[in-house]
Write a protein of this length. Structure first.
Length: 395
């Protein structure tokens, strides 16, 4: 079976070059998810390749974006050239994807299918048009709802014309792969086949031993730094803790960075380590005492996305404290601790109570979470699920 995966996926080398040139996060979290999905397909003997709109922003400094094809870790990347101006970029992507798909369809006579990240309207439009012309089945990968930052606008029918078109397009995919069951209610209006795979992890995490923790009580967060994600509330809660050897370590980037740097001056136990390679973050997660995700749950978008940091945390073997996010299935709760009240005092009480648990209790919780996530959501198992699913679509 031949699978063409259409997204903004890029090689690790390319991502690092984009980050170095722009100083921005090229989407490491979703990039990691997509690479594991492809790794899962390849591990199940699927011939998969990537057609990519490289994640280049306007600050990249070049008007014409053209990257050579490359291969990394068994994945072949074909990059779409475009003019780096919003409207022209979409036109370039639409034309290139359409022509590429027609050629790809003629070249591959055996069973074939397209998996398309649905977040870019130009890709969706060209994929669906090419599917109509060639008869190739197309599966929409829904990692977030389109226009996630405007979920209120989407759900209360105040969409502009372009967003309405985007949502109308989503209903025409032949099948769907979701992160959250809730997304299906809004996208799959024609009742097409779908599966939900809220997490996908790398079983290479098994090579990281369950390390003895440091003498300090290291509480770690890695991800977007915004008060919308509860970072300010977390910091204020931590500052109330009386433990001299406790540290709050934060990785990432976002609008809260300037305020965070000020807090590090007020409380030297708070450390901001910036935006670094995922491998460095994973190592720090393994060594930490607790991993936290203080994301507030009242935001509508939390119903549609399962944060990758939660399952990366679980795979580390370090216990996790998270809010009760709507997209997180209830069977995860046995393996995690939760913030039950989303206030400074509520976060403080949970942090304080958890730190007072014995070392054996914490390490047992972390090991149980690691065993659960690696044995049920590793890329081989999830890849096998996807292969079985798409086989029913093109039979």
């Amino acid at each position: 079976m031949n699978v063409l995966y259409i997204s903004d996926l890029a090689s690790n080398a390319k991502l690092d070059a984009i980050k170095e040139r722009t100083g921005t996060n090229p989407g490491y979290a979703i990039q990691k998810f997509s690479k594991l999905l492809l790794k899962g397909l390849l591990s199940n003997s699927i011939n998969a390749q990537v057609l990519s709109v490289p994640p280049v922003v306007s600050s990249y400094g070049k008007r014409i974006i053209r990257f050579k094809p490359e291969e990394e870790n068994g994945i072949h990347y074909q990059y779409i050239p475009f003019i780096n101006i919003s409207v022209l970029k979409n036109i370039c992507v639409f034309i290139y994807v359409l022509l590429y798909l027609i050629k790809w369809s003629c070249r591959n006579k055996s069973k074939k299918i397209i998996i398309c990240d649905v977040l870019k309207i130009s890709s969706c439009l060209s994929v669906l048009f090419a599917s109509w012309l060639t008869g190739i089945k197309c599966v929409g990968l829904v990692t977030d709802m389109p226009g996630m930052t405007g979920m209120k606008e989407i759900l209360y029918k105040d969409m502009n014309a372009l967003r309405k078109l985007h949502f109308n397009l989503l209903a025409h995919f032949d099948a769907y792969i979701y992160i959250s069951e809730e997304s299906n209610k809004y996208i799959n209006t024609k009742n097409h086949p779908y599966i939900v795979m809220e997490a996908i992890v790398d079983d290479e995490m098994l090579k990281y031993p369950n390390l003895s923790k440091r003498e300090t009580s290291d509480i770690l967060y890695a991800g977007g730094l915004s008060e919308l994600y509860g970072i300010g509330t977390l910091c204020k809660a931590f500052m109330k803790l009386p433990y001299e050897k406790a540290r709050l370590i934060l990785y990432g980037d976002g609008p809260f960075v300037d305020e965070l740097k000020e807090l590090t001056q007020k409380d030297p136990r708070i450390e901001y380590r910036g935006l670094v390679a995922n491998s460095e973050v994973v190592r720090a997660e393994v060594e930490a005492t607790l991993l936290v995700n203080p994301r507030f749950t009242q935001a509508v978008y939390t119903h549609f996305s399962f944060p990758s940091k939660n399952y990366e945390y679980m795979a580390s073997g370090t216990p996790i404290i998270t809010t009760k996010l709507a997209a997180m299935p209830k069977d995860y709760y046995s393996y995690i601790y939760t913030f039950d009240e989303e206030t400074v005092d509520g976060y403080y009480r949970t942090l304080n109570n958890t730190l007072q648990l014995g070392k054996d209790e914490l390490e047992s919780k972390g090991r149980a979470a690691k065993d659960f996530i690696l044995n049920t959501k590793n890329y081989r198992i999830q890849g096998q699920r996807i292969v079985s699913f798409i086989s029913t679509i093109i039979k």
